[in-house]
Design a protein around this ligand. Structure first.
Ligand SMILES: Cc1ncc(COP(=O)(O)O)c(C=O)c1O
Length: 380
C-alpha cells in the first residue's frame, strides 16, 4: 500500500461536479471555464505559429517575445517596471506557477497563511513541501479579512502568505486598507507573498484591481501570478506566468525546470502577438464580464436564492438558506440531479465547515446558457 501524501484530499470538487453535471445532462455552472472560445485572431496566431516552425522546446523562462509583452503590460497597468529577462517566467497555467512558488520557499515546518474560502491548490503545495497551512476564515458575508487574526496567527515560522484578489469563489477584492494592513503585518519579518491575481482584469463597478505589483515594497517580496487562460477564454491551453524579483525568480526557475521545464511554444508566440496587437482585449474584459454578471443577477432576481454581491472574477455566490437547510454538497448534488444545473458547494474551500449555506455559480457562459440555467434555478 502507498502512503497517501495528501490525506483528506480526494478528487477535486471541479472534476467531481463537472462529471456529475455530464452524467445528469446538466448545465455546468460549476467549473470555472467559459463555454465560448477566445478571440479568433488569437487562435489563428497559434495555428500560424504551429505551421511556421514554433514547435520545439521554448526557453525555460518562456519565449522572450512574450516576457517582453508581459513587462509592457504590467508597466502600463500597474506602473511596475520589470526586467523581462530576470523577473518573469511563463508557466503551464497559474497552477504550476503557484506550486513552483510555494516549493521554492517553503521548507519542512514552515507555516503558510491562507484565507478561507481558499482555492484548492494552495494547501497541497504547502503539504507536499512539509509546510503547515494556517487557515484564516474571511468574515461573512462581505468576505473581509480580520487583520487582528492575521497578527495573532503569525509566528516565527510564518514563511509565506498566499492571497487571491480578485477572489475566487467570493468575487471580493482587496482594498487599499488591506494593502496597508499587509504591509504592517509583514514589516520586520521574513515573510514572502504569493499573490494569486489570475482574475486581474475582471473587476466591476469601476473598482480597480490592486495588484501587489503597484507597491514596490510589497512587490520586492512577492510572486505575482496570473493566467492567460482566464484572460483569453483559453483555460485549456494551460499558459500562465509569474513575476518576481530576481532572487525569488531564480529560486522559482530552479523548481520549474524540473517540473515542466518549459511551456508550450506556439501558444506563447501567439499570446505575445496578441498582447502586442490587441491590448484592448484585457482592458475591455471587466466590462464584458460585468454584462454577464448583471444579466445573471437580473435573471436570478425572482429566484429564492439570495445573491452575494460579486465585484470581480466570473463567479457569483448564492445563499440558498431561504430554500433549504441541506449541507451545500448535498444541495449542489440535488441541484445537478433534479434541476440540471451544476454549482460548486463553497464549504469545500474551507478548512473548517462554515455555517452559511452558499453555492458558487460560474457566469462565464453564453447569455442563452445563463437564461436557461436561471430559468431552471427559479423553479426551486
Ligand atoms: C484563484 C485561482 N487561482 C489559480 C487558478 C488556476 O489557473 P490556471 O488555469 O491558469 O492554472 C484558478 C483557476 O480556476 C483560480 O481560480
Amino acid at each position: 500500500m502507498l502512503e497517501n501524501k495528501l490525506p483528506g484530499k480526494g478528487t477535486n470538487i471541479f472534476t467531481v461536479m463537472s462529471k456529475m453535471s455530464q452524467d445528469h445532462g446538466a448545465i455546468n455552472l460549476a467549473q470555472g471555464f467559459p463555454d465560448f472560445d477566445g478571440p479568433l485572431a488569437l487562435r489563428e496566431r497559434v495555428t500560424w505559429h504551429i505551421a511556421n516552425g514554433h514547435n520545439q522546446y521554448a526557453p525555460l523562462a518562456g519565449v522572450p517575445e512574450l516576457r517582453e509583452q508581459i513587462a509592457v503590460k504590467v508597466l502600463d497597468l500597474y506602473g511596475c517596471k520589470i526586467d523581462p529577462d530576470r523577473e518573469v517566467a511563463v508557466t503551464p497555467g497559474a497552477t504550476e506557477a503557484i506550486f513552483c512558488a510555494i516549493t521554492a520557499v517553503v521548507h519542512p515546518g514552515d507555516e503558510v497563511i491562507v484565507f478561507d474560502p481558499c482555492y484548492d491548490t494552495y494547501e497541497p503545495g504547502v503539504t507536499l513541501n512539509g509546510g503547515v497551512t494556517k487557515h484564516i476564515a474571511m468574515q461573512y458575508p462581505g468576505f473581509t479579512i480580520d487583520w487582528q487574526r492575521v497578527r495573532d496567527t503569525i509566528t516565527d515560522r510564518t514563511r509565506l502568505i498566499i492571497l487571491n484578489t480578485p477572489h475566487n469563489p467570493t468575487g471580493s477584492l482587496w482594498g487599499e486598507e488591506d494593502i496597508q494592513q499587509l504591509r504592517e503585518v509583514i514589516a520586520d519579518r521574513n515573510i514572502l507573498i504569493v499573490s494569486d491575481e489570475v482574475y486581474e482584469h475582471i473587476t466591476f463597478d469601476c473598482r480597480q484591481h490592486l495588484s501587489l505589483l503597484r507597491y514596490p515594497d510589497l512587490a520586492a517580496r512577492t510572486f505575482a501570478i496570473s493566467s492567460f487562460g482566464k484572460t483569453y477564454h483559453t483555460t485549456g491551453w494551460r499558459v500562465g506566468y509569474c513575476i518576481a524579483p530576481p532572487a525569488l525568480m531564480e529560486a522559482f526557475l530552479r523548481i520549474h525546470q524540473f517540473i515542466n521545464f518549459s511551456t508550450q511554444a506556439p501558444m506563447q508566440y501567439a499570446l505575445a502577438d496578441f498582447l502586442r496587437d490587441c491590448p484592448q482585449h484585457h482592458h475591455e474584459l471587466g466590462g464584458f464580464y460585468q454584462q454577464k454578471r448583471d444579466l445573471f443577477c437580473e435573471l436570478m432576481a425572482p429566484s429564492r436564492f439570495s445573491l452575494i454581491p460579486s465585484i470581480g472574477t466570473y463567479f457569483q455566490l448564492a445563499d440558498y438558506s431561504g430554500i433549504s437547510d441541506e449541507a451545500d454538497t448535498e444541495f449542489a448534488a440535488r441541484l445537478t440531479r433534479e434541476y440540471k444545473v451544476a454549482a460548486i458547494p463553497v464549504s469545500v474551500f474551507y478548512d473548517k465547515e462554515p455555517k452559511q449555506h452558499v453555492v458558487r455559480f460560474c457566469f462565464a457562459k453564453h447569455d442563452d446558457t445563463l437564461r436557461e440555467a436561471s430559468a431552471r434555478l427559479c423553479k426551486l
